[in-house]
Write a protein of this length. Sequence first.
Length: 319
Amino acid sequence: MRRPSWMLSTWALLGPLAAGCGASHSHVTWSEDPPPTQEMSFAARPPPPPPAPSPTEDPKGFAARYANPAVCEAAARRLQGASRDEAWDGLKACIEHTPFTQLNALLGRAWAQDLSVRPEGAKLIARVVAQRGGSVPGELRYLQEKQIPIFSLASAMDRPDTYKGRYVLLRAQVADQRSEGERPTVWLVEHALSSVQTEEAVGYGERMDSATAYSGDLSGQTVLTGPGQLGGTVSSAQRSSRTTTRRFVENISDETGREALGRLARADPFLETRRDYVILARFDGIRLTSGGPETDDEAPRIPVLTIVSYHAPQPLVVY
């Protein structure tokens, strides 16, 4: 039987391929272990930081997130673009939960609008003044430069009609507490800080004592005894010492001579007597005391204040 020509050519081609495959397989060696697989290594990425606590919902957590009060104030300022209310809550958290003394930042341009419209702005200023040490006269001069409507007790007493209803800031001690009807009243004695310089011995001191004696005779003539000879001993002593000292400057709180009556909304057990406080109050005017008749122009007068807030001053004065 005769095969077609196309079948012969196919078998002719397959023959050399089969032979070639057999020859190539004779040189291949198989390994029992599978080829190693390449493992891809991925760099571990740190988890994203948690979002900052909201100063409105968690003021302590917001303030605790930052290393110092200046950084905390800057973070609160950045919130103004999203919400001025939340930014203001952040500023209050920085002042109330950190040792905030940055009065320049508080009175800067960034917070000027909030201080002029928000009722608690004066309280925050009083708190910062207390945290800076409570040197009220010096701080009031700076507030006047910034056109902040907080004044001194002395100015209010000089022109009571002008300052009636305005804020006054003073450093004072509570001398007495009484109740007039349902509203308790405290007797305030204004104080001011003054600096006293002292020196205290530190380390070891050196001391050296020496004594010298001389003896001999002296001949001569005096009016009382005439000519003669005197004998005796002359001694001298010398003492020196050295001590290492260190100079200290302390703040002393002294009375200014001004007093006032402070009204409270309710009795406050934390407002203790014989302690200094930085007090923010509203000036209500001048009234006659019981020492003279109401018709007497020379009768003793005393300013009356409504206490808005009070804060214990820190011992260190910061300028």
